[in-house]
Design a protein around this ligand. Structure first.
Ligand SMILES: CC(C)(COP(=O)(O)OP(=O)(O)OC[C@H]1O[C@@H](n2cnc3c(N)ncnc32)[C@H](O)[C@@H]1OP(=O)(O)O)[C@@H](O)C(=O)NCCC(=O)NCCS
Length: 190
C-alpha cells in the first residue's frame, strides 16, 4: 500500500489498493479488494463495497455507500448522502447476489446531494445530476438532469457551468472560455 491517510476510526479490509495522497475520514469502511486511485477523498461514514474501483481524485462526501458493481472514473464527485443501488427488484427472502447490475460513472461527472441512481444506468463523462434527482435512464456526456424521474434540463461544461448553445451549435464556458459543440444531440469539447 502507498502513502495514504486513514483516520483511526476507518476500517480497511484486506486486498485493497489505495493510491498515494488519498484520505479516508471518520467511521468509513473500505471492504475487501477495492481499488482507490490517487488523491481521492472519502468523507465520513462512507461504505465502499467489495471490488469497487474508483479512479484518481474521486471526492466522496459524507454518508455515501458505493455498492458492488459501481465504478467511477477520475475526478468524479459524489454529493452528500447520494445513493447508488445494485439490485433492481430486491426481496429480502430472495438471494440476488449474482444479479448485481453495474453502474459506471464517467470522468468528471458530479452527482448532487441526495440523488438516487437506479442501477444499470451509466452516467456519462462530465454529466451533472441535480440534488435529489432519481436517475432511471442513461445520462449522456455533459448532460444536466434534475427531478424525479430525472429529465434533462440542459448541458454543463467541465467547469460546471450551463452551456447555452447558439443556432450554429456552439457554446463557451463562462469560466474556462473553452468551446463546445452540440451535434446530433451530443456535446464535445473543441
Ligand atoms: C441542478 C443545478 C446545478 C441547477 O443550477 P442552476 O443552473 O443555477 O439552476 P437554477 O437555480 O437557475 O434553476 C433553474 C430551474 O431548475 C430548477 N432546479 C434547480 N435545481 C433543481 C434540482 N436539483 N431539482 C429539481 N429542479 C431544480 C429550479 O427550481 C428552476 O426551476 P424554474 O425555472 O421552474 O424556476 C443545482 O440546482 C443543483 O442541484 N446543484 C447540486 C448541488 C449539490 O448537490 N451540491 C452537492 C455538494 S454540497
Amino acid at each position: 500500500m502507498s502513502d495514504f491517510f486513514a483516520h483511526e476510526t476507518a476500517v480497511i479490509d484486506e486486498g485493497c489498493e489505495i493510491g498515494a495522497g488519498t484520505k479516508i475520514w471518520h467511521f468509513s469502511h473500505i471492504m475487501p479488494n477495492c481499488v482507490l486511485g490517487e488523491k481521492c477523498n472519502i468523507g465520513q461514514n462512507v461504505v465502499i463495497s467489495p471490488k469497487v474501483i474508483l479512479g484518481k481524485n474521486v471526492k466522496v462526501q459524507n454518508n455515501v455507500s458505493i455498492y458492488e458493481g459501481v465504478t467511477c472514473d477520475d475526478d468524479v464527485f459524489l454529493g452528500p448522502s447520494m445513493v447508488f443501488t445494485n439490485v433492481i427488484n430486491p426481496r429480502s427472502a430472495v438471494n440476488r447476489k449474482n444479479e448485481y447490475l453495474k453502474t459506471h460513472v464517467g470522468q468528471g461527472a458530479s452527482i448532487g446531494a441526495n440523488a438516487t441512481i437506479v442501477c444499470g444506468h451509466n452516467i456519462g463523462k462530465y454529466a451533472f445530476i441535480g440534488a435529489g434527482a432519481v436517475v432511471t435512464k442513461e445520462v449522456p456526456d455533459y448532460a444536466l438532469v434534475v427531478g424525479n424521474p430525472a429529465r434533462q434540463m440542459g448541458w454543463m461544461s467541465e467547469f460546471g457551468h450551463r452551456l447555452n448553445f447558439d443556432a450554429e451549435g456552439f457554446a463557451l464556458c463562462e469560466e474556462s472560455g473553452e468551446k463546445y459543440k452540440l451535434e446530433n444531440n451530443k456535446v464535445s469539447k473543441i
